[in-house]
Design a protein. Structure first.
Length: 322
């Protein structure tokens, strides 16, 4: 059976303007998990990755606010913490959802480390948004009080940014492959994976958050997946996003996606990493990328929703295996 990598965003758990309690996050996952069930029904073995932007920012803030009472957790440990929490919620909801769809498939979370280079320039230029949105006044206060790097994010407010190095190797890749071959649904590379480097021949965590879409593309390439499905907060990729000239795109060739990316249509803190991950996957031999919202995943599999990206549009119809 072919493999699909399904990358779900932090919006699948935490929605703007809604509470971020564990109960709310769990409830929000049902729509996404229905989409994952649709991918399995289409005949794929599935590896699920997830973002953790809101959650890792909250974990980091909790650690920093409690610094006078308990030992502060480094950022890599916060990533590991969110892998466990989000994986736990996904396992619960997937169990219920798959049973409801009549699918017999065990789902489990693999705490995953991802190797990066200690010399990556990203350590000197933080770009990855984490945590919640702040007003300009709140952002200035955080800069002064906590020495945070704050940037405006997608015209929705200001967010803290942290280093986001390029993923080079998934440490637990072999274990992920074995689990998929055994018929399991694997939740892996959560939050982009725990960033690690080699120090004196040993793995050591570093202060960073790897982009979830980039590591999802890497995982799809390494698994030779036939489908990379990226779930996000919008149904389709658009040009001139959030302007009067906004235009949704049902399909793109890789060349068109590259051109629009070079023109600045896809910002670094928003759609940019998704398009870059799609291009890296396709240029390495990948078959199809679908970008869509959680509720549109079932229709997007059949070309009825979402944005489909391939090397050539003539081949853009997904050949379902079941």
């Amino acid at each position: 059976m072919p493999v699909a990598v399904v990358a779900i965003g932090g919006n699948s758990l935490v929605r703007p303007g809604h509470p971020d309690s564990i109960e709310e996050q769990r409830a929000n996952l049902f729509t996404t998990c229905d989409g994952i069930a649709a991918v399995i029904k289409a005949g794929y073995r599935v590896a699920v990755t997830h973002g953790n932007g809101p959650q890792v920012g909250d974990a980091l803030m909790r650690s920093e606010l409690a610094a006078q009472q308990v030992t502060t957790l480094p950022l890599d440990a916060c990533v590991a913490e969110t892998q466990g929490t989000i994986g736990y919620l996904l396992e619960q909801v997937l169990r219920e959802t798959l049973q409801r769809h009549g699918i017999s498939c065990p789902a489990f979370t693999m705490v995953t480390q991802v190797l990066v280079s200690a010399r990556d320039a990203a350590f000197h230029v933080p770009t990855k948004p984490v945590g919640r949105f702040y007003t300009r006044e709140e952002a200035e206060r955080c800069r002064a009080e906590f020495c945070w790097h704050m940037v405006e994010d997608a015209r929705r407010g200001f967010r803290r940014v942290v280093p986001s190095p390029q993923p080079e190797e998934i440490v637990e890749l072999r274990a992920i492959q074995v689990a998929l071959d055994g018929g399991a649904l694997v939740i892996a590379c959560g939050g982009g994976g725990i960033p690690v480097v080699f120090q004196n021949g040993e793995l050591a965590g570093v202060e960073a958050v790897i982009d979830k879409d980039r590591v999802s593309g890497l995982l799809a390439r390494e698994l030779e997946a036939e489908l990379l499905l990226i779930s996000t907060g919008v149904e389709q990729v658009s040009l001139n996003y959030r302007t009067p000239q906004q235009r949704a795109l049902a399909s793109l060739t890789a060349d068109e996606a590259r051109r629009y990316l070079d023109e600045g249509q896809f910002p670094p803190g928003s759609m940019g990493p998704k398009i870059e991950a799609a291009l890296e996957y396709l240029e390495a031999g990948g078959k199809l990328v679908i970008i869509t919202s959680p509720e549109c995943i079932p229709d997007a599999l059949y070309g009825l929703a979402g944005t489909r990206i391939m090397l050539q549009i003539a081949d853009s119809r997904l050949q379902l295996t079941a």
